[in-house]
Design a protein around this ligand. Structure first.
Ligand code: SF4
Length: 526
C-alpha cells in the first residue's frame, strides 16, 4: 500500500492528509475538491469534458468552500432524507429536529419550509456565521472532522465538486437561496433517500442497530443474543420502538390499526400513544410527484433488494417514463438480487444508472463472521453480475468498527488487486460506543497503525484512547453468545478462530474480578 493509490480508492475522501483548520475547528483537506473540473486533458492529450476554468473564480461559492471561508456542504441543498422511525433529517448523519416526521409533514414541505433545513443552508453560506444550527444538526460531521479529519460532508464534497454538471446545479440552488432565503423544487437536483419500507433484512451484522434488521431483532428477542451494556436495556419501550420502526410506512392510511375520529381526522398508535396523521398522501405518490425534480432515489433498509414494496415504486417510475432520467441507488449487502417475482436485473435497463453501494468491511470469513448469514463468494459473484450492465456502478462502503478494523486493510488490498468497484468508501462506527475502534486493546491498536499508512483517518481513530468506563468483556460476551446461537447451523463460526489476536484478552465469566477491565483495555493483563 505504499505506491500512489488509484482514483477509485480515494474518490470519496480516504487518503486525505493536507489538513487545514475549518471555521468549526476541524482538520479538512480540500485539495481534491473541484480537481476534475479543472483537468483539461486526459493521458493521451484529449480534451476532457470536465474543464470549467471559472468554477473557482474569487467570490464564488466554490472558491469560498474550497478555501474554507465558509463551512459548506451541498447535502442540505440536494438531499431529502427520512430516518427509519419516520423523522426527517438533513442526512443520515444529521440530528433530526423535534417536530417534522412523515405523519405530519410532506416531503415537499420538509425541503421547502423546514426551519432546520433553511437555518443550516443559511449558516453554510455565511462566512460570519456563529453556526448555532450547524453545530446542533450537523454535530457528527463537526466532531468527525475534529477527530479524524474526515466526515460525510468532506466525502460528499470531494465527490460532488468533481462532477461539473451536478456542481453547476448545486451552485445555482445555493445562489438562489442566498438571494431569496428560500429553497424550492425547480430542477432535477434532488436525491431522495427513502428509509420508509421498514427494516426487513436477511443478515445479522454484529454492529448494526437492531432497528435496521428484522433478523437482528429475531436473534435478539427469540435467541436472547443481546447485551444491555452495548445496546441498552431491551425493555417494553425498546420493543415498542422496534415494532414501529420495522413497519412499512409508505401507505400509512391503509394500515389496519388506523383510527378515524368523528371530525374525519386519522390517528395511528406509535409507542402506545395515538399519533395524529396530517400528511395523508401516500409516500409513493409523493415520490412520483417529485420525480421531475429527482436526480436519484436511494433505497435504504433493512436490505432494500428483498423489500418487495419498493419494486412498486420502480414500476410506477417506469410507467410514467421518468425511470430513464433517474439514478437508483441501493445501500445493500449484495447477497440477494431477487424478492419473490421481482428481479433487480430486469429493472436495471430501464433506469439512467443503478448504483449498488455494498456494505463491505471485510473479505472471506471475516465478513461472514461480522455480517452473519452472508456469503463472501455470493457478494463477489453478484458484484460481477452487476458489472455486466453498462449502467451499473458497484461501490464498497464499509463501517470501520471494533472487529472490522483488524482486517479492513484486506478489503483495501483486495480492491487494489480486483478493480471491481467504482469507489471504496468508509465511515467510523459511532454507535454503539463499545464497538468503536478505539476500545480495542492498546497492543492490537499499536500493531494496526502501520497497516493504515495511507489512511490517516483510520490511524487517528486507532490513536484515540478507549472510552472511559466501558468493559470490552461485554463485547466478548455478546460475540460468544452469538457464536453459541449459531452453533450447528451453516453460519457457525467462532470469534477466536476469526480474530485469534483477541483471545488473550478474554477472561471467562467465572474468573472475572471486579476492576479488572481497566487493565485489560490498556492491553496489560496482570
Ligand atoms: S454537514 Fe454532515 S450532517 Fe450536515 S448535512 Fe452535510 S453531511 Fe449531513
Amino acid at each position: 500500500m505504499s505506491k500512489k493509490l488509484p482514483k477509485y480508492m480515494t474518490k470519496g475522501g480516504p487518503g486525505d492528509k493536507d489538513f487545514k483548520t475549518s471555521l468549526l475547528g476541524g482538520k479538512v483537506d480540500t485539495t481534491s475538491w473541484f480537481e476534475n473540473q479543472l483537468e483539461q486533458f486526459d493521458n493521451e492529450g484529449r480534451t476532457k469534458f470536465q474543464y470549467n476554468p471559472d468554477v473557482l473564480e474569487k467570490g464564488s461559492i466554490a472558491q469560498k468552500a474550497k478555501d474554507q471561508e465558509i463551512f459548506f456542504c451541498d447535502i442540505p441543498f440536494t438531499q431529502l432524507y427520512m430516518e427509519i422511525d419516520g423523522r426527517y433529517q438533513a442526512c443520515c448523519f444529521a440530528v433530526p429536529p423535534r417536530t417534522e416526521h412523515v405523519l405530519n409533514t410532506t416531503m415537499k414541505e420538509w425541503m421547502e419550509d423546514s426551519h432546520a433545513m433553511n437555518s443550516i443552508r443559511g449558516e453554510m453560506l455565511d462566512p460570519n456565521s456563529k453556526f448555532k444550527n450547524v453545530k446542533r444538526f450537523c454535530e457528527r460531521c463537526v466532531d468527525d472532522e475534529r477527530r479524524y479529519g474526515r466526515s460525510r460532508r468532506t466525502a460528499c464534497m470531494k465527490i460532488h465538486t468533481n462532477e461539473r454538471e451536478y456542481w453547476e446545479k448545486v451552485d445555482r440552488s445555493a445562489r438562489l437561496f442566498n438571494a431569496s432565503g428560500m429553497w424550492a423544487f425547480d430542477e432535477r437536483i434532488v436525491e431522495i433517500q427513502l428509509k420508509m419500507f421498514g427494516s426487513e433484512c436477511n443478515l445479522d451484522c454484529y454492529m448494526c442497530v437492531h432497528a435496521n434488521s428484522t433478523i437482528r431483532q429475531k436473534v435478539a428477542i427469540e435467541g436472547g443474543v443481546w447485551n444491555d451494556a452495548i445496546f441498552e436495556e431491551l425493555n417494553e419501550m425498546a420493543l415498542d420502538k422496534l415494532k414501529w420502526v420495522s413497519r412499512d410506512k409508505t401507505e400509512i392510511l391503509k394500515e389496519k390499526d388506523i383510527k378515524q375520529d368523528n371530525a374525519g381526522g386519522f390517528t395511528i398508535p406509535k409507542y402506545k400513544v395515538e399519533e395524529k396523521i396530517t400528511n395523508t398522501v401516500s409516500m409513493i405518490d409523493q415520490c412520483l410527484e417529485l420525480a421531475p425534480y429527482t436526480r436519484s432515489i436511494k433505497i435504504i433498509g433493512g436490505e432494500p433488494l428483498i423489500m418487495k414494496k419498493h419494486y412498486e415504486l420502480l414500476d410506477k417510475l417506469i410507467e410514467m417514463d421518468e425511470a430513464k432520467n433517474i439514478i437508483i441507488k441501493y445501500q445493500t449487502n449484495l447477497t440477494e438480487m431477487k424478492a419473490g417475482k421481482h428481479n433487480i436485473f430486469k429493472y436495471i435497463p430501464h433506469f439512467k444508472l443503478v448504483s449498488m453501494v455494498a456494505s463491505v468491511d471485510g473479505i472471506g470469513k471475516t465478513i461472514e463472521y461480522m455480517r452473519r448469514r452472508c456469503s463472501w463468494d455470493k457478494i463477489v459473484k453478484n458484484a460481477e453480475m452487476c458489472n455486466e450492465y453498462p449502467n451499473v456502478d458497484v461501490d464498497f462502503n464499509g463501517l470501520v468498527s471494533f472487529l472490522s478494523v483488524m482486517r479492513f486493510y484486506e478489503v483495501i488490498d483486495w480492491c487494489l488487486e480486483n478493480p471491481l468497484v467504482d469507489q471504496i468508501n468508509w465511515a467510523m462506527l459511532e454507535t454503539p460506543p463499545l464497538l468503536r475502534v478505539n476500545n480495542l486493546p492498546q497492543k492490537i491498536k499499536d500493531d494496526l497503525i502501520p497497516k493504515y499508512k495511507q489512511f490517516p483517518d483510520i490511524q487517528m481513530a486507532l490513536e484515540m484512547p478507549a472510552e472511559k468506563g466501558l468493559d470490552i468483556q461485554e463485547v466478548f460476551d455478546y460475540m460468544l453468545d452469538a457464536d453459541e446461537y449459531y452453533k450447528g447451523t451453516k453460519w457457525e463460526k467462532h470469534l477466536f478462530d476469526v480474530f485469534p489476536e483477541l483471545e488473550e484478552y478474554y477472561i471467562p465469566k467465572d474468573k472475572r474480578k471486579k476492576g479488572a477491565f481497566s487493565k485489560l483495555i490498556s492491553g496489560r493483563i496482570e
